[in-house]
Design a protein around this ligand. Structure first.
Ligand SMILES: *Cc1c(COP(=O)(O)O)cnc(C)c1O
Length: 426
């Protein structure tokens, strides 16, 4: 065992891990492009973009330069009553890519804080208007982060069971499977008519953590119409879907209706530094304006608007403009659609599906299904031995690689996935 692993085991507590059974961590010491390298120099294709965040590949020169340049210019400064060029430039660029009514950008640190900010803004918006509406509607299977507010509007499952007594009450609509859309919209009509809902929060088009579950844009548009009619604010959690993941720059680009708030993180900084944004409308912003301090949004984090993180986000947008990232996304979409045909030949595959740069399916197994399925560990080990870092969600295997993945790397990924499927056939 390497000394790095030994030292890790003495003092490090890893995320989403059961240390009694999780085994040794993989010691990664460097990375370039789509590849991660371990201590012995063995390479691994980063098939899930280092937890869905990396979009342009590792060690990108433009990002490296942005970090050093920004460090020389300004490393960090308080963001209350202070501003700086990188935050302003990022706010200008992000809002220019969003629907025109979304004009104001609040900075925080990650996807969970972007959720907290969005939820608090919605509740205070109604409070400022003198309406005590505090209920939030979410979708079953939702994941919006691991802080208390975000957990409160997420799926109530084994992940957060111990904390459930502390959650605020939220309501849930069933996940919109194609044959249930009308029925679910009827439920939404009835519940929203109560007038008690402050906000609706959704992961647009695809729920990530609950297993890359995709649903129709038609349903989402109709749900938004019902919410709008009943004066319910709409929050789009684009933490996972933003920055090209679903094939368009934002998932909302595929919708006819628009949200009132958009949460961004993950791909925002190309997977290099932590940063979260909550983008909202002029109308919401204006409701906080008053002579009274307490009507303002009195929320912030020490690193709010960190200049280096903002510089990285700007550099990532530069890469989109300079390196034809949109064409890379198109090519990855096409490759996914070709892979659909290959993988669909395998008998133990269920619900094979593609959403832009994401390809997913369930392994049909006699094993336990869901997140705690044994398939997860088998697939993880099988891929690892063949130079791929793949992290399935239970018996859901999915790929969402950096957009710069080469055709060769992509084909290797699909070949290994197919050979894994054959290896476990009973
Ligand atoms: C990852 C994720 C979050 C939480 O983001 P963190 O940066 O991990 O806190 C929220 N929403 C969605 C859809 C996510 O995929």
């Amino acid at each position: 065992m390497s000394s790095l692993i030994n030292r890790d085991k003495k003092h490090v507590w890893h995320p989403f891990s059961q240390h009694a059974t999780s085994g040794d961590p993989l010691p990664i010491v460097s990375a370039k492009g789509t590849l991660l390298y371990d201590e012995k120099g063995k390479s691994y294709i980063d098939a899930n973009s280092s937890w869905w965040v990396n979009i342009h590949g590792h060690g990108h020169e433009i990002i490296g330069k942005a970090i050093t340049d920004q460090f020389q210019a300004l490393d960090h400064v308080i963001f209350a009553n202070v501003t700086h060029p990188q935050a302003v430039r990022l706010a200008e660029r992000i809002t220019s890519k969003l629907p025109s009514h979304l004009t104001k950008v609040f900075f925080s640190d990650n996807g969970s804080t972007a959720a907290e900010v969005a939820l608090k803004m919605c509740v205070q918006f109604w409070h400022n208007k003198g309406e005590e509406k505090t209920l939030v509607m979410a979708l079953e299977g939702a994941y919006h982060g691991d802080t208390f507010g975000a957990m409160s509007v997420g799926e109530r499952d084994l992940f957060n069971k111990p904390f459930e007594p502390l959650f605020f009450h939220a309501e849930y609509l069933p996940f919109p499977n194609p044959d249930q859309e009308d029925y679910i919209l009827e439920i939404a009509e009835k519940r929203f008519a109560s007038g008690n809902f402050a906000a609706l929060i959704v992961e647009p088009l695809i729920q990530g953590a609950s297993g890359m579950r995709m649903y129709s844009v038609g349903f989402l548009d109709r749900l938004m119409q019902i919410a709008r009619k009943n004066k319910v604010l709409i929050i789009f959690d684009e933490v996972m879907t933003g920055f090209g993941r679903t094939g368009t720059f934002f998932a909302l680009d595929q919708c006819n209706e628009n949200p009132d708030l958009v949460m961004l993180s993950k791909g925002l900084t190309a997977g290099v530094l932590p940063l979260g944004l909550t983008v909202t409308s002029e109308e919401i912003f204006n409701s906080f304006l008053s002579e009274k301090t307490e009507r303002g949004f009195l929320h912030g984090h020490s690193y709010t608007g960190n200049p280096i993180a903002c510089a990285v986000a700007n550099a990532s947008l530069d890469i989109f403009e300079q390196e034809g990232t949109i064409e890379k996304i198109e090519r990855l979409k096409e490759a996914n659609n070709e892979a659909l045909r290959l993988i669909s030949q395998e008998p133990n595959v269920l619900n094979l599906r593609v959403c832009g740069t994401i390809l997913a399916f369930e392994v049909n197994t006699a094993d336990r299904v869901g997140y705690f399925s044994g398939i997860r560990d088998k697939a993880y080990q099988y891929a690892l031995e063949r130079g791929i870092l793949l992290r399935p969600l239970g018996n859901t295997i999915f790929i969402n690689p950096p957009y710069c993945i080469t055709r060769e790397e992509y084909d290797h990924l699909i070949t290994v996935i197919i050979s894994f499927l054959r290896s476990i056939q009973e």
